[in-house]
Design a binder for this molecule. Sequence first.
Ligand SMILES: [Zn+2]
Length: 295
Amino acid sequence: MPELPEVEVVRSGLERWVCGRTVADVEVLHPRAVRRHLAGPGDFAAQLVGHRVGPARRRGKYLWLPVEPLGASAAPDRAILAHLGMSGQLLVQPQGSPDEKHLRVRVRFADAQATELRFVDQRTFGGLSLHETVPGDPDGLPDVIAHIARDPLDPAFDDEAFHTALRRRRTTIKRALLDQSLISGVGNIYADEALWRTRLHYDRPTASLTRPRTAELLLHIREVMNEALAAGGTSFDSLYVNVNGESGYFDRSLDAYGREDEPCRRCGTAMRRRPWMNRSSYFCPRCQRPPRATA
Ligand SMILES: [Zn+2]
């Protein structure tokens, strides 16, 4: 499953290699890849031809390309949403290079650049779909993901509103961090790492967080994400836009996740793992004290 750094690499590559180009032709090689476009593959292709692709956007792990008819001056009214699923890849490839074994959709452009956009997906959990955008949204946000909150690296993320929302919710902090309507882009691994850095137990009630504590947590979430981006962003300059769900970050710099029974890098206490919502939570029992049971 691609995490935010991989999706950001793809976004950046699309911005560089696809933005501003006009669609000449769309070939759907496997209908399952556009199954979320209910009007069918033929309609999907016909709707895109003659449209110009706008700047690639991302919200958390969601990626989209706004599209607009040639000559339009208003905000884009539709967008292609890319679901990468488990194994989806968006590749910009030289025209005429051999088709990938699991090539599902090919987009050709009406210009002299000899490259095309390909959606490749071995397991076909992913796909492309075309959506109306939220009216007037300058980024062309697809209406189907309008409920997804911004991620904390987004300049428009509102720290104060996030704190207020946390205080209002009757929930615990890790649940809140994985709630896409509050904050996006924080997966299980990032959550454990940021909570360890902030010395917060995953079951801490959000209503108990002070403003400075929330600020500290956001600081650490951003650090973790930026480090992951730095480690996973090496292919920004490559023509080959790729996502493979791997990130070097996860191998070497984790302080909490996957470290059960290993010494805490701060205090030396053995780290613990607890089952948590069909996943695991890793924490230091000394640095991250569980909340006291309320009387
Ligand atoms: Zn510790």
